[in-house]
Design a protein around this ligand. Sequence first.
Ligand SMILES: O=C1O[C@H](COP(=O)(O)O)[C@@H](O)[C@H](O)[C@H]1O
Length: 321
Amino acid sequence: MASSTRFLTTNLRTFPSRFRRFPPYISVTSLPAVRGSFDFSLRSKRGLVIGTDLKKFEVRRRSSMAEAATEKGKGTVQVFDSEEELAVSLAKYTADLSDKFAKERGYFTVVLSGGSLIKSLRKLVEPPYIDSVDWSKWYVFWVDERVVPKDHPDSNYLLAYDGFLSKIPMPSGNVYAINDALSAEGAADDYETCLKHLVKNKTIDLSQTSGFPKFDLMLLGMGPDGHVASLFPGHPLVQEKNKWVAFITDSPKPPPERITFTLPVINSSAHIALVVAGAGKAHPVHVTLGDGQNSDLLPVQMVSPEGELMWFLDKAAASKL
Ligand SMILES: O=C1O[C@H](COP(=O)(O)O)[C@@H](O)[C@H](O)[C@H]1O
């Protein structure tokens, strides 16, 4: 049984409500008779696996909210008992992809977010990964950055440096921070030019489908309002269709000046890990993966990559599902 998702429950009443609502699952799994702990994992766009301590069931092509979500391109959802378990799994996921891309392409292009994501990467800088990952193949970028000096407390670079980059033996020349001497507009243009150069020399892949850069792994956080990168609900920047990197001078979350990858770049990724922890983020998770309502289409709802979308949720973030 995949160990990714675990709901501990003592009876059916605490089994995730999305399954309780769908009789096909209940009849297949005979859940009313079962007591104890349940594991389930949304494994693919097609299948849902439900296991108990006694039995495992594989259910294919059944209609459920969970599967409907995956079929709309919402990816694979994993819910962990704690943020600690989430961090353990995120480290393995990242290390496995690092291995794959380092072997296949000789490069591993990784895009970081700011905020709480960096803390959730802490297990990667511990054994076994600190020794087993080939850090020399890593090329690091930012999905968004605040237009502040690199040593400013608001800098996403500084956060990543202190919490992650300073602890891994990767070449500093492979770390692509924004030019903090420029204006927001200048920094966005400069970063886009830099990406174009790296696409030209094939360090970064180019999506044959979209014509936008295709990063191997994007590690995305999400704000309590459903923003991803510096793309905020209701802001015109979420509609940007041409630019690779855009700037914003009126971010509703301070600081106001930022640069950000646009949705076409985000959605050209080979892999996106959407990492969300805490009850404060349960509403946008409910809107995106469940039947929650919101007046605006949230930026997180527009994340739908060409490649794989993997949600890493803790129980608190998934509490409304
Ligand atoms: O401002 C930002 O916020 C989001 C979410 O941050 P979190 O602390 O709530 O996880 C982050 O993903 C983004 O990179 C950052 O610039």
